[in-house]
Design a protein around this ligand. Sequence first.
Ligand SMILES: [Zn+2]
Length: 120
Amino acid sequence: MAEAKRYYRKRQHLLAMVFKMKLWPSRTGLLHGVKSLEKTPAGFRVTTHCGLVFSARDSGSSRAARWLRAKQYTAPCPGCQVPPWKLKKYGSTVFSKRRGAVLPGAADPALPVDGGRRQK
Ligand SMILES: [Zn+2]
């Protein structure tokens, strides 16, 4: 059975992508599961399931945004226990310049603090 592919636009805000996918590619190559997101004046704050808390700028061209689109990671974080279905779904996601959805969320000032709970 063919895996259904999801298309998203390439150029969009990092926050919108992270909010949608709940995944974060760390600098060390681990793919973390995102527990919650919180908007800050400078960007947003990420809390991972393994307990990391850090801030990021909401930029579509940042290291994290590029790695997220390129699916550049060496292993899923063992502490986050990202479920296999999520990795599979992520793997079948295509970021395209020409087609795909523009993700909501980036321009949404009412982004919930507990971003990890909202169902799609
Ligand atoms: Zn983690």
